[in-house]
Design a protein around this ligand. Structure first.
Ligand code: NDP
Ligand code: 8X3
Length: 250
């Protein structure tokens, strides 16, 4: 039977690359995001290889998440893989000057949003006695850096939740994979710096950052591992990166 994967944040970057990689495996895809035109475009692009269904919701909106997942037609309700990828950093600065709206966006999206989606999808996996949840964390969840404390905290929460999910769900045949990338060139920095293209580009200057496809390749490795193997945790760095804030630039 062809597996069905639900991918949050499929409209850009890592989520889009995972959707593209999964379509090469012919998986059925539930593509999620807030930008409907991008979802439509992606569905069009991938549909020669994969059957796709789109869901438009903000992961921060609990009732929108519940309504969207509940609205899936009967033949899309069995979800084999959940890729909890949606998320972003918003702003950078010291705690005493922090923008509380940015903090809300990070905690509500990266932590509570991931939980809302997992709460809506995982009971089906438990009932089926199988499933795979991939949580996209970050090197920032393992190493806190100055001026990024709230983003780092949101990803540290993802690290803890991956462990918690594994403790609770392994008994139901559900695998949990935590993926912690370092610097990946996507729209991430553009979002963090609120559209400041020059500042975003500087993050990736002087070294070869990871691409979204590098992360998608790792996710494919995890989800295609044999049934008796769980890839529990992967940290993936650009070769020039040795720690969250240590990058050897030319
Ligand atoms: P992008 O900005 O390119 O993509 C972010 C995706 O998340 C978009 O598809 C966006 O879709 C979706 N998204 C963001 N907020 C929401 C929301 N509130 N509701 C629904 N969807 C949302 O960044 P990346 O691809 O780099 O980021 C993907 C994940 O990878 C994030 O969790 C990020 O923290 C993590 N990560 C990124 C790294 C990097 O260096 N790029 C490194 C480590 C981890 P839309 O706007 O259409 O809703
Ligand atoms: C994104 C990577 O180092 O910019 O999670 O926080 S970093």
């Amino acid at each position: 039977m062809t597996p069905t994967a639900l991918i949050t944040g499929a409209t850009s970057g890592i989520g889009l690359a995972i959707a593209t990689a999964f379509s090469k495996l012919k998986y059925r895809l539930i593509l999620c995001g807030r930008r409907q035109e991008r979802l439509d475009e992606l569905q069009q692009t991938l549909s020669p290889d994969s059957e796709c269904y789109t869901l438009n919701f903000d992961v921060r909106d609990r009732s929108a998440v519940e309504t969207a997942i509940a609205s899936l037609p009967a033949d899309w309700k069995t979800i084999d893989m959940l890729i909890n990828n949606a998320g972003n950093a918003h702003g950078m600065g010291p705690i005493h000057e922090g923008d509380v709206d940015d903090w809300d966006a990070m905690i509500d999206g990266n932590v509570k949003g991931l939980l809302y989606v997992t709460r809506a999808v995982s009971p089906g996996m438990v009932a089926n006695g199988r499933g795979h949840i991939v949580n996209i964390s970050s090197i920032a969840g393992k190493q806190t850096y100055a001026n990024g404390g709230v983003y780092c905290a949101s990803k540290a929460a993802v690290e803890a939740l991956s462990e918690g999910m594994r403790l609770d769900l392994t008994q139901y045949g559900i695998k949990i994979t935590n993926v912690a990338p370092g610097a990946v060139e996507t729209e991430f920095s553009l979002v963090r710096f609120k559209g400041d293209e020059a500042r975003a580009a500087k993050i990736y200057e002087g070294f070869s950052p990871l691409t979204a496809t590098d992360i998608a390749d790792a996710v494919v490795y995890a989800v295609t591992a044999p049934p008796h193997v769980t890839i529990a945790d992967m940290t993936i760095l650009a070769s020039a990166q040795s720690a969250a804030t240590t990058i050897h630039r030319k």
